[in-house]
Design a protein around this ligand. Structure first.
Ligand code: ADP
Length: 293
């Protein structure tokens, strides 16, 4: 990559000249190429993708800012965003990672509960964003079940049918959407500020032993949706859950609703990556429809 244009924008953002001495590729992400950029006195983290994906980085930067404004948990600061030579990119404060520790895990539970205490008058957010590369609509909505149907599960089912997906999955999914109120009898979530994509690859321990979260898909939603995702692919231990619950207990109905919330991500994986995810989604939908009676 020709770093000249990036250097110009970064120098402006930092208020001092920045020349890329080395650019080391960083692995671990699902969507973008990532680099550790070293200048004479500054190190930065930079994510890069195709030029037309600039809105995805704009949404990510806005999400990182919203999480930072909560002061609940460490989040890398966006430094600059731009397009150069056919690429779009987002430069962030570089986080120096430390070894994972039980204390960081417990602290993450505490800090996530604090993040979830940040509330809004409705569900949604100030802008739409992306889950992976799929657009995620965040229009403000007073009713959580309506939000879930209209802006989360509904659009994923529409994508599944457009992708020529399994018609039985789509029909069962539509039945599930009609059944949604059955999962919310007596449970009225408040809008909580969510990370929105909190799988194990999107948190780490920094050099001081503090947890840091990154790569969000922010909105105000039911806090159970964030917790559900922590259970989807691993990476969170008992200390995390114990600490979270000791700061804010969880309703018993979470055990069923977490399947509902994770269905959104499995449908998204199915629409993005195909493979066995459609079968997994169908199993989840059938189980939920059976529970709804
Ligand atoms: P993607 O959007 O492609 O999923 P991520 O934002 O998850 O990319 O970043 C990929 C990897 O880079 C992460 O798993 C993490 O190890 C590392 N990483 C992410 N943000 C930073 C940062 N600000 N500083 C240092 N490393 C980071």
């Amino acid at each position: 990559m020709d770093w000249k244009g990036v250097e110009k924008d970064l120098s402006e953002a930092l208020g001092k000249p920045f020349r890329v001495a080395t650019a080391k590729p960083v692995g671990g992400g699902c969507i973008n190429d990532a680099f550790l950029l070293e200048g004479a006195s500054t190190r930065l983290f930079l994510k890069r993708n195709r030029e037309e994906l600039l809105p995805m980085f704009e949404a990510e930067a806005a999400g990182l800012e919203a999480l930072r404004d909560s002061h609940a948990v460490r989040v890398p600061a966006p430094v600059a965003i731009g397009t150069t030579a056919g690429y779009s990119w987002l430069a962030l404060e570089l986080i120096e990672f430390g070894p994972p520790s039980p204390a960081a895990s417990a602290r993450l539970g505490e800090r996530l509960a604090a993040l979830h205490r940040c509330t809004a008058p409705a569900f949604g957010w100030t802008r739409d964003n992306y889950i992976g590369t799929t657009e995620q609509v965040n229009s403000w909505t007073a009713d959580w079940v309506e939000f879930l149907a209209r802006y989360r599960l509904g659009p994923q089912l529409t994508l599944a049918s457009k992708c020529g997906g399994d018609t039985r999955l789509v029909a069962a999914g539509e039945r599930l959407i009609e059944n949604l109120p059955a999962f919310f009898g007596g449970y009225k979530p408040a809008p909580s500020l969510l990370h929105g994509d909190l799988w194990g690859g999107n948190w780490a321990t920094d050099e001081r032993g503090e947890p840091v979260i990154f790569d969000p898909a922010v909105y105000y939603g039911d806090r159970e949706a964030d917790l559900a995702m922590t259970e989807l692919f691993g990476g969170f231990d008992d200390r995390f859950y114990h600490s979270y619950r000791s700061h804010w207990d969880i309703d018993p109905g979470y055990t069923t609703r977490k399947v509902l919330y994770n269905l959104y991500h499995i449908l998204n994986h199915s629409n993005l990556f195909g493979g066995g995810y459609a079968g997994q989604a169908r199993g989840m939908i059938d189980r939920l429809n059976a529970e709804a009676g």
